[in-house]
Design a protein around this ligand. Structure first.
Ligand SMILES: [Zn+2]
Ligand SMILES: [Zn+2]
Length: 105
């Protein structure tokens, strides 16, 4: 992830983000899936990297639809306070979804 790091919006990233938001629209009607109490607007308008962009890049398996306040609050999950009182109040169904298996053996 050293080459091309701009911290901003590449064309590929915009496409990935749009796909995540589109899928979330189908799955939840467009709700924020992070749902941090007191700051969440409830409606996803961006995408959050659940493991940190430095770890997984823009792998859609580790992306969730998020509202901007939730995304900004967590920032990089690797450095976010693990004892954060706001995050501790998140509803259990808002935890990171398990990756969906593509095949069943
Ligand atoms: Zn939110
Ligand atoms: Zn937090």
């Amino acid at each position: 992830m050293s080459k091309g790091w701009t911290g901003g919006s590449t064309r590929q990233w915009r496409r990935t983000r749009a796909a995540v938001l589109e899928q979330n629209q189908l799955d939840t009607g467009g709700r924020c899936t992070v749902q941090i109490p007191t700051i969440c607007t409830r409606w996803a308008d961006t995408v959050h990297h659940t493991k940190g962009r430095a770890i997984t890049g823009d792998d859609p398996a580790h992306l969730v639809a998020s509202c901007t306040p939730c995304n900004l609050h967590i920032g990089d999950p690797q450095t976010h306070n693990p004892a954060c009182p706001l995050c501790a109040q998140r509803p259990s169904n808002a935890l990171d979804p398990e990756p969906r298996p593509m095949t069943w053996w």
